[in-house]
Write a protein that binds this ligand. Sequence first.
Ligand code: MG
Length: 170
Amino acid sequence: MNRADATQLQERAAQIRCLFLDIDGVLTDGKLYIGPNGEEIKTNYVRDGLGIKMMLKAGLQVAVISGRPSEAMRQRLSWLGVQHIALDTEDKEPAYLRIRDALGLTDAQCAHMGDDVPDLPLMRRCGLALSVADAHLKALRAAHWVSQYEGGRGAVREAVDLILEAQGLA
Ligand SMILES: [Mg+2]
C-alpha cells in the first residue's frame, strides 16, 4: 500500500462510514505519566474531541480500539458519544471485525488511524489507512494519508476534516 494520490484519496474518503482510532500516539501523544500507585495518566486534545463529535453529528460512526486498558479514556470517549470502544485488546483485528459486522459495514467503508505496528493489520484491511506525522515508519509506509499534525495534537481532527470534506459534510 502506498500514499494515495488526491483523486484516490477523495474516492476512498467518500466511502467511509466509520473511523476507527487507536488511542496511544493517535488520540494521545503516546506519553504515559505513571502515578504513585501505578495508574496511567494520558492527555487528550480538545480539538480532536471536537472532531469526534463532528463525525457523530454528521451521522458517521467512530470506534476506538486500543491495546491498553484505560477506564479514564473509556469515560472520556463515552462522554464524547463514542459507542464502540474496545480496550485492552492485544490483537486488534477480532475487535475490528466484531464492530465492523455489528455496524453492517464493508472494509471499504472503514478507515483506521494508527501509529504503530499493532495497527498494521487494520490499516491493510480498511479502505482508508490513516497515520500521524510522528508515527512509526512502518505505519507511515502503510498509510494512504498521513496527517500534518502529530498524534494527540490535532491529527484526529485533521482526519475527520478529510473525511467530512470528501463527503461534502464539512
Ligand atoms: Mg498507538
